[in-house]
Design a protein. Structure first.
Ligand SMILES: Nc1ncnc2c1ncn2[C@@H]1O[C@H](COP(=O)(O)OP(=O)(O)OP(=O)(O)O)[C@@H](O)[C@H]1O
Ligand SMILES: [Mg+2]
Length: 237
């Protein structure tokens, strides 16, 4: 498998063409950004860790009936994925109030939600990924009603798999962000990554944050938290 031309460079990953039609190679970088790119740094080892965590979880999600873009881990930083057209809607699933949800609604961080909350944001760096609802995405042609119904169903299925998975490994899954893509066939699949960059993980015993909030909020111990999450994710219970 050889890397072709660079198709897209994001803040955390590079997407390359491959020598197989319909497949891309994703390279995970150590670069970290927060607050829509205002805060920038490197987190040593992050690329390898996020690649390993995603490469561990996606086959398990497939096993739970959730179609994903993941095909294989190629190396420390690289994985082979199915090329998709990314739906320009970020899907956030919340179990416990935190982050922008707490801020926007004045709900104290850590307040459990009586049922999961699915939120949608328009994927736009220029606009700072603004909150939208499903009507907006449909009206503006970003996704069809059927696509969004499927996306919501899959997002909740991901939650139903991940919450007990992490609980068994001493981690509370507070919230997470997913991206979905469309295959040429029209099928919706889970794309992008699931990692401490895209989830809030709190240690079940101590409440310690084990995710990107350590970077966003200057809490220190960022590298250690990412390494700890890789150990937890790959732990057999
Ligand atoms: N299977 C896939 N096919 C095509 N593009 C993909 C696939 N999986 C992920 N991507 C896209 O790769 C890009 C690079 O990822 P990265 O996480 O670096 O982006 P980002 O900086 O978070 O920016 P943004 O997600 O806002 O574009 C993202 O735009 C993501 O949507
Ligand atoms: Mg990203």
């Amino acid at each position: 498998m050889t890397r072709g031309e660079l198709r897209y460079e994001g803040k955390a990953k590079r997407v390359y063409a491959s020598d197989v039609d319909g497949e891309y190679i994703v390279e995970y970088k150590d670069d970290a950004t927060a607050f829509n790119g205002v805060k920038k740094a490197q987190i040593m080892g992050k690329g390898e860790i996020n690649n390993a965590i995603t490469a561990h979880l996606y086959p398990l999600l497939e096993g739970a009936g959730i179609p994903t873009h993941f095909l294989a881990k190629l190396g420390d930083r690289e994985q082979r994925v199915r090329a998709v057209t990314i739906v320009p809607v970020e899907v956030i699933v919340r179990n416990v109030a935190a982050g922008s949800f707490s801020k926007r609604l004045g709900i104290e961080e850590g307040t459990p939600l009586s049922r999961p909350v699915v939120e949608y944001c328009f994927k736009s760096d220029a606009l700072g990924d603004p909150l939208i609802n499903s009507d907006t995405a449909i009206a503006l042609g970003w996704a069809s009603e059927a696509d969004l119904t499927r996306i919501r169903e899959l997002a909740l299925n991901v939650r139903d798999f991940l919450v007990p998975y992490f609980e068994a490994r001493g981690v509370r899954l507070i919230d997470f962000k997913l991206e979905f893509g469309k295959l040429a066939s029209g099928e919706i699949v889970l794309a992008d990554e699931i990692s401490p960059d895209t989830c809030r993980f709190w240690d079940a015993k101590t409440g310690e944050k084990l995710d990107k909030d350590r970077f966003r909020r200057d809490l220190g111990g960022v590298e250690d938290a990412y390494a700890e999450m890789l150990a937890r994710v790959t732990q057999t219970v």
